[in-house]
Design a protein around this ligand. Structure first.
Ligand SMILES: [Zn+2]
Length: 280
């Protein structure tokens, strides 16, 4: 059994449901999932059963845009400290200006978290907006990976006005600008980024500091063009992530077997690329 690193994991507990609010309920309907909160210990047991070696757990702070309570950085750091399964990504609300930058520094220097997670539709911001340059400067100095959301989101899907969430924020081309201005910032764009996947493939191919994950979509639903690139031009820049609890990693990994990746590329996607990006 080879090493597997799941680079995209949400806590499935009460904090996740409170943070997601009604838009998360809409996402669960959209994914056809009937989930109720599970304690993090249950998630850990499942990950052990699935033979997953490492998992990157996300905080999320979107209080300005959604008015819901954050999944706190301190909680993610505690869980990471107590369970060696996890690495932990911090979250800051980009609308909070200097307070966001200070929290970013605290999350890395005091809590020793391993990177940052942003969800632009939920947090309601466009990364290329020059207002956020200072935040990207700060994160670039901190030297850890930053994960942005790419493309369509299930959050708010199927509700009137999509719960007010805007898909324009999720276009990878906005991340291209951040990558261009911050060449020392390591960026991962989450998900295959449909319907903007061609844009994302272009950015990942063009910018050596930009990577992507394959989370949120079972392999059989990932656009062929993304799979083609993952097998060839950008095989060193594609990471496995599940998007648990939206997609269970065992389902993803089973389905991945059907896509005929050669052994070498498979190993790169399931763990080697992540080991390099995360300096493991
Ligand atoms: Zn996610």
């Amino acid at each position: 059994m080879s090493t597997v690193i799941d680079t995209h994991v949400h806590p499935a507990n009460e904090l996740f449901f409170e943070q997601g609010g009604e838009s998360l309920e809409h996402a669960l309907d959209y994914f056809g999932k009937d989930l109720s909160p599970e304690p993090i210990e249950t998630t850990i047991e499942k990950y052990r059963e699935w033979d997953i070696d490492k998992a990157v757990l996300f905080a999320l702070d979107s209080r300005s845009n959604t008015g819901t309570p954050p999944i706190p950085n301190d909680w993610v750091a505690d869980v990471r400290d107590e369970h060696d399964l996890f690495m932990g990504y911090a979250s800051v609300d980009p609308h909070m200006g200097r307070a966001a930058r200070e929290e970013a520094v605290r999350a890395l220097e005091d809590l020793d978290l391993d990177g940052f997670k942003f969800q632009q539709a939920v947090q309601g911001f466009t990364p290329s907006d020059r207002r956020f340059d200072d935040l990207w400067d700060t994160l670039e100095d901190l030297g850890k990976p930053v994960l942005f959301h790419g493309g369509h989101t299930g959050i708010g899907a199927g509700s009137p006005g999509g719960d007010g969430l805007m898909l324009k924020h999720t276009r990878p081309i906005h991340i291209d600008e951040v990558a261009a201005r911050h060449p020392d910032l390591t960026i991962i764009i989450a998900h295959p980024a449909w319907p903007f996947h061609q844009e994302q493939l272009s950015v990942v191919t063009h910018k050596s500091n930009v990577y992507m994950d394959l989370s949120g979509w079972l392999p059989k639903y990932i656009p062929d063009e993304v799979i083609h690139y993952a097998k060839s031009r950008i095989s060193d820049k594609v990471l496995f992530g599940s998007d648990y609890p939206m997609v269970a990693p065992d389902d993803w990994l089973d389905d991945f077997e059907n896509l005929d990746f050669d052994e070498k590329t498979r190993e790169m996607i399931l763990h080697e690329n992540a080991e390099r990006v995360f300096n493991l």
